[in-house]
Design a protein around this ligand. Sequence first.
Ligand code: G3P
Ligand code: MG
Length: 243
Amino acid sequence: MILCGHRGVASLAPENTLAGLREAHRLGLEWVEIDVQLTRDEQVVVIHDEKVDRCTDGRGWVRQYDRNELSRLDAGSWFSPAFAEERIPLLQDYLALAIRLGIHVNIELKLYPEDDAERLCRRVSEVLEQGAFDKHMLLFSSFEPDCIKFMHELQPDIPRALLVERIPDDWQTQLQQLDCTSLHCHHRHLTRAQALAVKAAGYRLNCYTVNHIDEAATLAAWGVDMIFTDQPQDYLAAGWNPN
Ligand code: G3P
Ligand code: MG
C-alpha cells in the first residue's frame, strides 16, 4: 500500500509548502497530495483553507488576494520559526520541484461555495500546459464532481478520482459517468464489504487521512491501494515500504 504524504508531510513541515515536498523526498515518498485554489488574479496556489488565517500570518479569503500580496505572507512560522521563509507556492513551482524530485502529485481541486469550477479547472489546465509537466506523475481529485467533469474535458490523459467522505450507494455509476480510475474516501466510514466491491469493480481505492498504523494495516488487508497520511515517518519507522 502506497503512503501518500498528505498536504506534503503535514506533521514535519508546514502543509502545502515546498518545504513539505522536500521532506517527502527526504523520506523516500513517491506520492504527495496537495490542495489548489485560485487567487483574485487567477493564479493557481497551493493552499487548503478558504482563508489564509490558519496557515499564514495574514487574514482573509484566498480568492480576495492577488498573487503578489499572497506571496508576501509567511506560510511557515505558524508551524515553526524554522520555516519562516516558506511562502504559499504557485502550482507551477510546486510541480516543477515535485517532478524534479521524482514525486507524483495528487492535485485536489478545492472548490469552496463561492468558487467557479470551470475557472479553476481551466487555470489548472493552463498551468499544466505551460509547464509541459509529465502527466504520468499526476492525479486529479475533488469532492466537487463538476471539477472532475471539467478536468476530463481539459486533460483527459490525467487520471481522476472522486473524493467522498462516505461512499455513496451509487458510487459505481458516478465513477463510470466521470470516467474515474479511483475512489478516495475517509477511512473511518469505509467497510470491508465496500472496499472489496470497489476493488472487484476494478477501481483504485485510496483513503484519507490515516495516521495510525493499526488502522492502516486493516485498510491494507482490505486491498486499499494508497493512504494519505500526515505521519508517513511513523510507518517508515515501523518498517513499512512507502511504495
Ligand atoms: O485528498 C484527501 C484529503 O486531503 C481530503 O480532505 O480536507 O484534507 O483536503 P482535505
Ligand atoms: Mg486535500
